[in-house]
Design a protein around this ligand. Structure first.
Ligand code: PLP
Length: 288
């Protein structure tokens, strides 16, 4: 059992465990020099293999968007199983799966790895919620269709702009961000999907607006449907967010956090519903 992170290098023939404290990445890897690659974050709760189909579907969609080879699902599933077995038992593991375009001037094969380490504890923030600012992402909501090279909706490694948006939020004394389009729609967070409640209707922005297809958002819709809410994807005007009965940012590892303040306006928070949603998300992540 390993008490340090478990790292596996992955190629066409399978995966092999390596020492995470040794160097494995070339300084001329396209993933390093250009952020040219894709990734996924997977939450492993209580050592149980999570359901992976939605995750692989998105990894494949990201690979297609970047013209990278499609990941071999059986090799990656096997690598994840090996990592879970090798890591010391912890409540939650955060697993990152990465595939880059490979090393400049080499044979063109991707560089790929899987890293498993204990997840940060988000218990408190799930209870307290977050303050959020809306920030203009600078693209119209139809940019994904007209300019596919922007890679909107692909989970690629170039997250420097997302990190910059979070620093801007911090400068404005907020915890997180909801991006908006230049035509005034609410989109997603830098690392999360947006879910809102208006009465008995639960809504999320449609992926056509150039956002990531959230796996947690999909599971959250299942929760709300089980509670009798209607769910739908829709164009949500940023200006209407403040009138919503509830806003959540949802993602795999942090799960659901309620937005208690939006652009300095206090927002209603249903702590019981948020706790129930988080219990459901945790249970779903334990499937298999
Ligand atoms: N949107 C963005 C931009 C993200 O980076 C993430 C997660 O990292 C999400 C949405 C939420 O996706 P998921 O629920 O599959 O973790």
């Amino acid at each position: 059992m390993s008490t340090s992170p478990v790292l596996l290098l992955v190629d066409d023939s399978g995966s092999r465990r390596v020492d995470p404290h040794e160097p494995h990445l070339s300084v001329t890897d396209w993933g390093v020099t250009r952020g040219d690659g894709i990734f996924e974050s997977i939450s492993v709760i209580a050592g149980r293999m999570p359901a992976l189909d939605a995750r692989f579907d998105r990894l494949e969609a990201s690979a297609r968007a970047l013209d990278l080879p499609l990941p071999d699902r059986s090799i990656w599933t096997d690598a994840l199983r090996k990592a879970i077995d090798a890591h010391e038992p912890v409540d939650r593991l955060a697993v990152t799966v990465v595939m880059t375009r490979g090393v400049e001037g080499a044979d063109g094969s991707p560089t790929a790895w899987l890293l498993a380490r204990p997840a940060r504890d988000f218990t408190d923030i799930r209870r307290s919620g977050v303050s959020v600012v809306t920030l203009d992402r600078g693209y119209a909501s139809d940019a994904a269709e007209g300019s596919p090279w922007l890679l909107l909706g692909a989970k690629h490694l170039s997250y420097a702009t997302n990190a910059a948006a979070l620093r801007e939020a911090s400068r404005r004394d907020a915890d997180d961000v909801i991006f908006t389009s230049t035509d005034g729609l609410a989109l997603e967070g830098p690392t999360s999907s947006l879910v809102v409640r208006r009465g008995d209707l639960i809504e999320s922005p449609a992926v056509e607006a150039g956002i990531l297809a959230g796996t947690t958002q999909a599971t959250a819709f299942g929760f709300f449907e089980s509670r009798g809410y209607r769910t739908r994807f829709s164009a949500i005007a940023a200006a209407e967010l403040v009138e919503c009965d509830a806003i959540w940012l949802v993602s795999s590892v942090r799960q659901a956090v309620a937005v208690h303040t939006l652009d300095s306006h206090p927002m209603p928070v249903d702590h019981t519903l948020t706790a129930d949603l988080n219990r459901w998300l945790g249970d779903e992540a334990r499937l298999e």
